[in-house]
Design a binder for this molecule. Structure first.
Ligand code: HEM
Length: 211
């Protein structure tokens, strides 16, 4: 990957994440874009802690794939790796808790699948590093980060889904207006992001094994 493209991709990843995280910086539950369940008093706290650790995972993970960084600063690679794994374990478990409070079954199943894949791929990658099986460690970390990046791809897909939705509805909004359109899109964007990221990452890994 070219240096310029790498910088562009990193800025895009951090930019999309920051835009999503922004409403939660105020720590004001009234600004939550997630519908909070009144029967779960800690819903907002769980959401904010999930977001905090997810952001740490997203940013710490970015450094890990830079070959020169890894070779020059192995002790930083190890420390950031531990931070990445611990953040995902916490954020992923909180993600699992929140899936219990998602009304839509389609959306809940998407987050459930995503949480489990996040925890499993990251844990496997960590165990391979501990056992000094570094080839397998690299492969599973790439898979883990591809799952982390669903947070980015699922959001980048939304404008494309809006265009497709409008095109398929003769450029008319549904009876429920813009809100209904967005709600319908948010039912499927995680599934699409997950599918696209997993196909891209497996294609990339397959290409690597052929060389
Ligand atoms: C990849 C594994 C992840 C899982 C399984 C996951 C899970 C969840 C769940 C279940 C929710 C609540 C959704 C709802 O109730 O409608 C949520 C919300 C959120 N997550 Fe994650 N998440 C993941 C990664 C990330 C990452 C990497 C970030 C980046 C910082 C992030 C930032 C957010 C934000 C900002 C929200 C609030 C969404 C909104 O305002 O609409 N998540 N996540």
């Amino acid at each position: 990957m070219g240096k310029k493209f790498g910088v562009f991709l990193s800025l895009l990843i951090v930019g999309v994440a920051m835009a999503a995280v922004f409403p939660y910086l105020s720590l004001d539950p009234a600004r939550s874009r997630v519908t909070l369940d009144a029967s779960f008093s800690l819903h907002y706290t769980v959401l904010v802690v999930h977001i905090g650790f997810a952001l740490v995972a997203l940013i710490s993970g970015l450094f890990q794939f830079h070959q020169r960084f890894r070779v020059r600063y192995p002790q930083w690679h190890r420390a950031l790796g531990r931070i990445y794994v611990a953040s995902i374990m916490l954020s992923g478990l909180l993600g699992l808790v929140m899936t219990l409070y998602i009304d839509s079954f389609t959306k809940a199943m998407a987050f459930l699948t995503l949480s489990l894949l996040w925890l499993v791929t990251t844990w496997k990658a960590f165990r391979f590093a501990v056992n000094k099986q570094f080839r397998e460690h690299r492969i599973w970390m790439i898979r883990s980060y591809a799952v982390t990046l669903v947070a980015t791809s699922a959001r980048l897909i939304v404008p494309i889904c809006i265009l497709l939705y409008l095109a398929m509805h003769g450029f008319h909004l549904p009876a429920g207006g813009r809100e209904q359109m967005v709600a319908e899109i948010l039912e499927v964007n995680i599934w699409i992001g997950l599918l696209v990221n997993l196909i891209v990452v497996e294609w990339f890994l397959l290409k690597g094994t052929k060389a």
